[in-house]
Design a protein around this ligand. Sequence first.
Ligand code: AVJ
Length: 340
Amino acid sequence: MPALGYTYDDHLPADFSAQSLRHDVRTGLTTPRKWLPPKWFYDKVGSELFEDITALREYYPTRTERAILDESASAIVAAAGVDTLVELGSGSSEKTRLLLDAMLDRADGGAERRRHGGAAADPIASYVALDVSEDALRSACAALVGSYPRLRVGAMRADFTHHLELLPAGKPMTVAFLGSTIGNFEPAERATFLRALRAQLGEHDHFLLGADLVKSTDVLVPAYDDAAGVTAAFNLNLLDVLNHSLRADFDRTAFDHVVVWDSQNEWIEMRLRATRDMVVHLPDLDLDVHFDRGEDVRTEISAKFRRESLTAELAAAGFIGRGWWTDQRQWFSLSLWGTA
Ligand code: AVJ
């Protein structure tokens, strides 16, 4: 047992983030319809701003998902029969605690087993956190080790869009993908991701998905364009991330935070709109980027789902519905999927 109390496996090269950021920025800013992937929002400041977003009155997803977990974690765990929980994009692993509590309670129903064999501290369940951020992994796992003496905790630094083949095999596992992070994928990426995940799961494994649902634009738009301007600051921080990590010279006062509901695709788009003509220099990429006044850079899509179409997408990837939990207003869903 390592002194940390958790195992740490790094599957990414040390310069992974730097290299993929360079690649993404070059790709996204040299195309006629400029875009940047949302994963680069989450530097230290961006992660703090996201935490602030989750507490906003207008931003319902986090608290709604937590309310569903509060209500239904035991039912979910009972349906999945979880021994090993693997969480993709685990971040702070904060909401995960509700699932871990239910898992440990359930495993302890085998208190019998504990009394008759093994020391009191033998692990009765396992949790594997998978994230690209070493800082997030280490602080989340250290905190979990402190709170859950009977949980085996592992951290995997990996990118869930590329490294699903690294998922642990053996014990029946449930792979959790919470917070509607899946909404950041475009439909084609979603299909690829779901198939890749399905290929890693055995017949007793499950997939637990947190997905935000389609609802009135009166609710959706303010959730991404809050009155206090926290989401605007979160969006604009992306320019600071580029300035700091690529020595770019974006003037963040020359961009507006723009939120659009795309009713065709049923997704929210966040954009940064240039308020004047300008040239931005990215010396680390040996690149100058021209912006026209009024030109947009798409920084995020946040797709919203319906039960029927989600079920069809999951079925196309080889998953079968095992449970659907939602809040009273049906704003957010947690769904459990089996493989056989
Ligand atoms: C973390 C991707 C689920 O899409 O709602 C919050 C990120 N962006 N406000 C979302 C986000 C703007 C969030 N996800």
